[in-house]
Design a protein around this ligand. Structure first.
Ligand code: TYC
Length: 99
């Protein structure tokens, strides 16, 4: 007699990782430049760009947005290139979020 086998298959899909893009405070980048970055690369309006910039200035860091790895890494590269081309030492980094 043939044996009938059944198996329960667990879906092996991982939840996609998300990454925050952060700006770090420093003593030299101008406040106007940080506001410009937040509006140009993170689509903030002037009011929320100002609020985020002040938060970074006070706390040392601030979140610009949360993205897939590809998009987050592209933002970091674009912001860093833009800062260096304008002689600003602004630091932009990724932080992986725990799922
Ligand atoms: N601390 C800077 C200043 O006083 C302003 C600044 C804000 C720099 C945010 C970087 O990510 C930054 N000119």
């Amino acid at each position: 007699m043939e044996e009938l086998q059944t198996q329960i298959i667990k879906p092996k899909l991982e939840k996609p990782k998300r990454f925050q893009v952060l700006l770090l405070n420093d003593d030299y980048t101008t406040m106007e430049f940080v506001v410009e970055v937040l509006m140009r690369f993170f689509s903030k309006n002037e009011e929320s760009a100002n609020a985020i910039m002040i938060k970074i200035h006070v706390d040392g860091e601030g979140i610009c947005g949360t993205y897939s790895h590809d998009i987050a890494q592209t933002k970091v590269t674009q912001v860093t290139d833009f800062a260096r081309n304008n002689e600003q030492p602004l630091m932009c980094v990724l932080r992986e979020l725990s799922n």
